[in-house]
Design a protein around this ligand. Structure first.
Ligand SMILES: [Zn+2]
Length: 474
């Protein structure tokens, strides 16, 4: 490619506070339309907003987790525009004195770490929702005034893959902080992207377009891929990029022009007169800092050193807090970290993906997974039986020792018991035996397979191999 690519992301995060940003209305998703409203969030004359303290502390938490500096003095502004789901005709946001600035988030891309700058994290309020019917529209103000954080990155990403990694890493951090459900389908996590191209090595951003309406990380990646192609073709032909807002149309997999870009002065930002500028106390910042849990990056490093598992395992296990908690609890009960990690990342993840379940929504207890791995390690059951049992354990929450007894799945390691079965198989498979003796070593696998089939997978493979070889060679 002849161009350098610059991508910046704006993430809007809906905070899961019980009440709205500036009033005491509830924020439950899916309640009856307009049932969670009051004069403040409806913008009725004379109503005065009051900042929800939980919004402030959640915002500080996110800002600190992204290594942002907290502003000594902050203020709110009115961002003025008309929209039918915005009853006040302005949105309370932050303009020149936001909550925080100058942070960063480290992403891993192609095995290498890259630092992406975070320009600012600020507080604002959400608008309502419109429902367009055939010949009329309905408006629901339940979401009006719901607290949002806007997390603005620097244009430091240079490919759609980096943008995807940034979003995934950011979501992981936000979920650890437990300030939002991060549910994209319900709109708790939304993303806009800025993208520009410029001649390679110019060191300057080109004219950017803004992409909206991307409801999944995959869409963000596809929209950016499309936009890179579109812009580079225009530049190849000697054309100019128009600064504009474009929408992603997922059905047609194209971006389409929505409007030419508005500038900040179009919004006529001015200080919100009903909320005075204020200072965030050092004590509050320190208090919030102490409440920040161990974050995925630190936890990953700890997993590598404490449990001696590969960095790859540690990164997969720590991406979701509940999976990491599950792993640690299982390891506390049976100290085979690599064994337990293999089961979580392999068979268990495959089952969860198939059932579209999160690890904490199944009946499987960490203690039961630990016990199952221990039984395999002790040779009481085979790994194959383990695989079959795990599915049942996920569904029923049954403990592995009960399952093994109930179904007679205990591994046969007793040489005496196996010898009889092996003799029988040898007798029934003369052809394989003579093949083996004439040098076709892979005939052995067929015989082992027959023995496993006969015992329904319960034979200890190691013991079977030993006895079988002795009989064939002897
Ligand atoms: Zn309200």
């Amino acid at each position: 490619m002849k161009y350098d690519v610059y991508i910046g992301l704006e993430v809007h995060l809906q905070l899961s506070t019980k009440t709205k940003a500036f009033c005491s209305c509830g924020t439950v998703f899916g309640e009856a339309p307009n049932s969670q409203t009051c004069p403040v969030c409806l913008g009725l004359p004379g109503a005065l907003p009051v900042l929800n303290k939980e919004v402030l502390t959640s915002a500080i938490k996110v800002a600190l987790a992204l290594d942002c500096s907290i502003a000594e003095r902050m203020k709110f502004d009115r961002k003025n525009y008309y929209y039918p789901d915005l009853p006040k005709n302005f949105q309370i946001s932050q303009y020149d004195k936001p909550l925080s600035y100058d942070g960063h988030l480290d992403i891993t891309i192609g095995g290498k770490e890259k630092r992406i700058g975070v320009k600012r994290v600020h507080i604002e309020e959400d608008a309502g929702k419109l429902f367009h019917k055939a010949d009329y529209s309905l408006v629901d103000y339940n979401r009006t005034g719901t607290p949002l954080l806007e997390i603005v990155s620097e244009p430091d990403m240079s490919s759609p893959e980096e943008a995807y990694a940034y979003l995934a890493t950011l979501k992981s951090v936000l979920k650890y902080l437990d300030v939002s459900d991060c549910n994209m389908e319900e709109g708790s996590l939304r993303c806009d992207a800025n993208i520009s191209l410029n001649r390679k090595g110019s060191g300057k951003l080109g004219t950017k377009t803004e992409l909206k309406n991307m409801n999944s990380f995959k869409w963000v990646r596809s929209a950016l891929e499309y936009e890179i192609n579109r812009q580079s073709e225009i530049l190849d032909d000697g054309g100019k990029i128009t600064q504009e807002t474009r929408l992603w149309n997922a059905d047609k997999a194209v971006t389409i022009s929505m409007r030419t870009k508005e500038e900040a002065h179009d919004y006529r930002y001015f200080p919100e007169p009903d909320l005075v500028p204020f200072s965030v106390s050092r004590e509050l910042v320190d208090e919030v800092k102490r409440a920040i849990p161990e974050l995925p990056k630190e936890r990953m490093a700890r997993f590598v050193s404490q449990y001696a598992i590969p960095a790859y395992d540690a990164s997969v296990l720590t991406q979701e807090k509940k999976a990491a908690d599950f792993f640690e609890e299982a390891v506390r009960i049976h100290s085979n970290p690599k064994g337990i990690s293999n089961w979580i990342m392999g068979t268990l993840n495959a089952i969860l993906n198939e059932k579209r379940l999160d690890i904490d929504r199944t009946k499987l207890l960490p203690a039961n997974l630990a016990l199952m791995v221990k039984m395999i390690d002790d040779g009481a059951i085979s790994a194959k039986i383990g695989k079959e049992m795990l599915l049942e354990m996920v569904d029923t929450g049954e403990s592995p020792d009960v399952l093994v007894e109930k179904k007679g799945l205990r591994q046969i390691s007793d040489a005496g018991a196996l010898e009889g079965i092996i003799d029988k198989i040898i007798k029934e498979n003369e052809r394989s035996v003579s093949d083996y003796k004439s040098g076709k070593k892979n005939a052995l696998a067929h015989l082992v397979g027959q023995i496993m089939k006969d015992t329904k997978g319960r034979a200890n493979p190691k013991t079977v191999n030993e006895i079988l070889l002795k009989k064939l060679e002897g």
